[in-house]
Write a protein that binds this ligand. Sequence first.
Ligand SMILES: [Zn+2]
Length: 476
Amino acid sequence: MKTDFHAAMDVLITGGALVLESGTVQGNLAIRNGKIAAILAEGVELPAQRRIDARHLLVFPGVVDPHVHFKEPGPGRIREDFLSGTRQAAAGGVTTTVEMPLSQPLVTSRASFMHKYEVAKSQVVTDYALWGLLPADDLDRIEELIDCGCVAFKAFLSTDPDAPKLTGYKLLEAMKEVRRHNRFIGFHAENADIIDSTAAAMAAAGLSGGLAHLQSRPDIAEMEAISRIALFAEETGCDVHICHLSSGRARDIIRQARGRGVSMTVETLPSYLVLDDADLDRWGVFAKCNPPIRSRENQEVLWDMVLKGEINMLGSDHCPYTDDDRLKHKGDIWAVPPGLPGIELMLPLMLDAGLNQRGIKPEKLAHLMSSAPARRFGLGTRKGAVRVGMDADLVLADPNHCWVYEGARSVGKQKSSLTPWEGKALKGQVIETMVRGHTVFREGEVCADPGTGELIRPEFNCIPSEDAGNERGILR
Ligand SMILES: [Zn+2]
């Protein structure tokens, strides 16, 4: 990409630590027409309409969250919607959300995809892409959904109130069809029978509370499901993705599958890396999610998998329920719907627990939270890296700012304010978020109009390789 230096830039960000794929360097960054126009050495200036002083700040690529539930269209809107969800995304430094198909109607056809698009397009303040639900009952819909721009297909091995459960024959046939189209399936990987039967027995015995929820979803349920997915993937050649890995005991199964040539990416959530069973015990119904939050020892295995690249990316699985949704069940862990809000805190949690506490380099965090999901979901031609020519989706973050999270002051407070994050002390804060060069969040305020976000359709065959080498552009 050629840059005409005689024309003024729209924005010049000066003095920041630019988180490039090859490493973090001090420098200046210029934006024009919504794209990163130039990456400049420290002190090198270009005329610009607006200057941003980023001294002491990290300039990250905008986070690409591969896993959010905005529940719109449908009766769930009260719990979350595209406007509220993307406002929280902006506050959390998330510039592209990949939204799950569990709205009403389920996204299983062109009509339902386009219906969701029509609802979303006037609401969103950040960019977004859409999952489809694997249409195992009508395989012709796979091509139809790909044609609409769906990035991947979600399938459930567990019992979910909103989505059909797939176990054997239909899943195999659908995997063959997805393989034929060179796309991939993302799985909720838990064995339904083990969980449903255990939970029923525990409820009948009068057990309740957060730890009962954990015991009802043992590691073996996740291990068996991942093992089955790996076997089916090997048999069909279908490319697969494990959503929200919670059990470190599945590590060997994943390693062995990859060793046999199975193409399998794995996502985990900051919730699993930060919360443990003591939080689940303390917060009970407010910390219920599926798969469950597990032990501290398990958490260490997940961190090790993150550090070694065995876990490819992070997602939020943002799925809030109102405070009333939680309270009306009077502490009955079996009756409460599963899901935690998370998009607003995803990056701050990782700045705190990853960068500050574990010394993870900023560029590794950027890989896990931006470039890896962007590439995996076909968005990598425009999203996921601080590189000349990419969309100017950027987060200015202060890695040293200490603050305390309060739900009642959060951007997401009108949806839910009672969460296990309440009172969490964090070192690391989002200062400003930009989508295509426009500021959508700055110093605590969302400042973008509804409808300014764009649907991003995937491009799978023209994504620059990881070491494409032109990221520094005209660095000089
Ligand atoms: Zn989910």
